[in-house]
Every structure is written in C-alpha cells, then in structure tokens.
Ligand binder design. Structure first.
Ligand code: AMP
Length: 398
C-alpha cells in the first residue's frame, strides 16, 4: 500500500509518498511560492539526484498536478496514480468536532471551513490542498488528519479557560492544543520503544522546535497540552511569546496605537527567543550570540529552558508522577546541551538523571537517561508524515 501525505501552507505544499509495507519514504518534495512569481518544485527520491522544476504554479491545483506528474512521469516512482491508495492531509484545526482523523466528505470540508477563523493561516490552505486533490485525482480517497484531535481527550478541567462559559458555548473558545500528530506519535513511540505499560504509562513529550509545545499523556491519551485556542500559548518559541498576561496586549495596543490583531502578530511573529534576544528565531544563532557574550541571548535561552522545566513540573503534578520524558523536534532532537541542562538544572527532584554518553546523539530513538534515573528520558525523533500515513491507512482499510 502507498499513501501520499500532503501538508499545504498558503503558498507551499510539502508531500511524501510512503510505502506502508516497510513504512519508508518512496519520494518526497516541496512546492514553493504557489501563487507567487518564481514557483518551484523540488522532488527527491532516495539515491537519485533531486529534480528541480521552475514553472508557474498559480494555485494549489497546478501544484498537485505537477506533484502527480513527478510521481508517475519520467522520474516517477509509481506506474500510475492507481498505485497510490489514498491521500492523507494535515489539517490544523478541527475545533471540537473531530475526535479522530476522518475520510473527507462535504460535511468534513464544511467544518474545516467553519474553523477558518480559529486557524486563519493554515485551514484555508489545508482545504485548498484537499480540493486540489479532489480535482486532479477524482475518486481518490482523501483523509483529514487534524492537529487538534490529540487534545480532544483533555478533561474539562484542563481545556476550559476560566472565562465566562458563554464564550465556549458561542465560539468554541477552549484549549485545543497543536502539534497533536507529533505528540500522539512520540508518546506512542515512547511507550513502544521504552516497553512501558500501554495503558498506564505517564509520558511527557517536549516538542521543542521553532514552534514548541509540551504534552502530558497517560497510556498515549492526552490529559494536558501547552498550546491553547491557537499555537500561541505555552512555551517560549522561536517567534512566539508563549504564555503572557492578557493585559500585555491591551497595554501595548494603547501605548503603541496598535490594534489587537497587530499586537497578536507581534506576539506570534516577533516575540519568543527572537524578540527577547533581538538576534534570530533560530536557536543555533541565539546560542552563538550567547556564547559571544550577548546577555539577552543568554537570558532568552535560559527562559526557554526554564519554561520547559516549569511545564514538566506542572505535568508531573497533573499525572501524580511521570514515567518517561521524551524530547523531539529540531532543538529536542539535535541540541544535547539543552536536554542536559533542562534535566540537570531542574529535574533532580524527580530523580531524573541524564547519561552523557547516551545523550551524545542526534535524531535517533534512544534512551538518554542513566540506569539509576527514576524517570526514563528518551530522544524520539518525530515523524508527523508517518503518523498521518498510518491514520490514513487505518481509515482506508476501514
Ligand atoms: P523544527 O521547527 O522542529 O524544524 O526546529 C527548528 C529549530 O531547531 C531551529 O530553531 C533550529 O535552530 C533548531 N535546531 C536545529 N538543529 C539544532 C542544533 N544542533 N542545536 C540547536 N538547535 C537546533
């Protein structure tokens, strides 16, 4: 069985064709600058040279057509589109309508559209991707995999904001959580790889990348997660502030003569380690600046680790203990110092101990805690595409 996984942004389309027998990537690529001058498709097949096609892509349908041409044409990896069993689409927001992934129907598309204001950057693009596939390969099964479904198992005490309930009832304002596909995958892998109790294992997943979030789950079922109504809440991120007092928005708006939308744009795009350090949103640049003596770069990184540690503490309390902590995503998978410092500076009270030799690793599944650590600590590389493909396969097989 072969599954095509599609992740659409407003001007981009990432894809992977996954062979589900071996769970390997047959081909993958990226369409950039869709709808903008200078559109480009980069198509990659393992052990072959990359193919780069520069051609106009006025909309996502043209991009999808080009992707199928590449998959089936001269540099193709399948004889025809018939060999592709289904298409799995990443969809950001499903509000509280979907507790699991589902086959795309007119009703599902209607809900994705209704969620445009909850995911204004992503949901319209996600829907465009689905509709482009319906147009280019009619009859092919499309599956929507929502980033919000992992958070649907949160108990009421974790998902309600302490604001008048009428806003939940009228607008669905609650904590949803994002990076759900990653948290579901990594918590599941932690249980499998760590041979933990599939029903009872209390796992904290630290997804630390440019976007960063943290989740607590028991037996793979989320009980809390750090992002909220939108991905703004929680940890300090590359460009997002994470938690702030809501009054900050009013204060900046009043003093800088800005609208709430403009201030939110600052909190989403100009804050986080970028805003604090004034250097970059890339952790490597900020680390370099800190090493060269830039004080606020150092503070930004310290604040980032401190916030992660505070959430771990909160989630250990929420679960009355923790059996395993897993690190994933760009920083979590590559930055051994960040992992070491979070554990050594803040998690001693949990009996958590890093093993330096085991921790000297990047991007591979590994136990990185010492044998006498009371909490198992893992590095588990995330694989959201594989998680989407697995869900798609499950729904196609019925
Ligand atoms: P992601 O959003 O998961 O792709 O993660 C991107 C982030 O990971 C960027 O901010 C990078 O700076 C960070 N990253 C990647 N490699 C490293 C590394 N070796 N050390 C520190 N940060 C890294």
């Amino acid at each position: 069985m072969k599954i095509l996984v599609i992740n659409c942004g407003s001007s981009s389309l990432k894809y992977q064709l996954i062979d589900m027998e071996r769970e390997t990537v047959t081909a993958k690529g990226l369409c950039e600058r869709i709808g903008i001058e200078g559109s480009k498709l980069t198509h990659k097949v393992p052990d072959r040279e990359d193919v780069v096609i520069e051609t106009p892509m006025p909309d996502h349908s043209v991009a999808v057509k080009l992707v199928f041409n590449e998959l089936t044409g001269e540099h193709g990896v399948v004889g025809s589109v018939d060999e592709i069993d289904a298409i799995g689409h990443r969809v950001l927001h499903g509000a509280n309508k979907f507790t699991q992934s589902c086959v795309v129907t007119p009703e599902v598309k209607k809900v994705i559209r209704e969620c445009f204001d909850l995911g204004p950057l992503h949901n319209p693009a996600n829907l465009m991707g689905i509709e482009a596939c319906e147009k280019v390969v009619p009859g092919k099964k499309n599956i929507a995999v929502f980033d919000t479904t992992f958070g649907m198992s949160l108990p009421e005490k974790a998902y309600y904001y302490a604001i008048p309930t009428e806003y939940y009832e009228k607008y669905g304002i609650r904590r949803y959580g994002f990076h759900g596909t990653s948290h579901a995958y990594v918590s599941g892998e932690t249980i499998r790889f760590g041979k933990l109790d599939p029903e009872k294992a209390r796992v904290i997943v630290c997804h630390l990348g440019n976007g960063a979030s943290i989740s607590a789950s028991i037996g793979g079922k989320a009980i809390d997660t750090s992002m909220g109504l939108t991905p703004l809440e929680g940890l300090i991120m590359g460009t997002r502030s994470g938690d702030v007092d809501g009054a900050v928005i009013q204060f900046i708006a009043n003093h800088e003569h800005k609208t709430a939308d403009e201030v939110l744009n600052i909190l989403n795009k100009k804050s986080g380690i970028l805003g604090m350090s004034g250097v970059s949103s890339d952790f490597r640049d900020v680390e370099k600046a800190a090493a060269e003596g830039n004080h606020m770069a150092k503070v930004a990184l310290e604040a980032f680790r401190y916030r992660v540690a505070k959430y771990i503490g909160a989630y250990a309390a929420a679960m009355n203990g923790v059996d395993a902590i897993s690190f994933t995503a760009g920083v979590g998978e590559n930055d051994k110092n960040a992992r070491k410092r979070i554990v050594e500076e803040y998690l001693g009270y949990l009996g958590a101990k890093i093993d330096d030799e085991r921790n000297n690793v990047r991007g591979e599944e590994r136990l990185i805690s010492s044998d006498d650590s009371r909490v198992k600590i893992f590095l588990i590389p995330t694989n959201e595409e594989l998680a989407i493909a697995r869900d798609t396969k499950r729904l196609v097989l019925g």
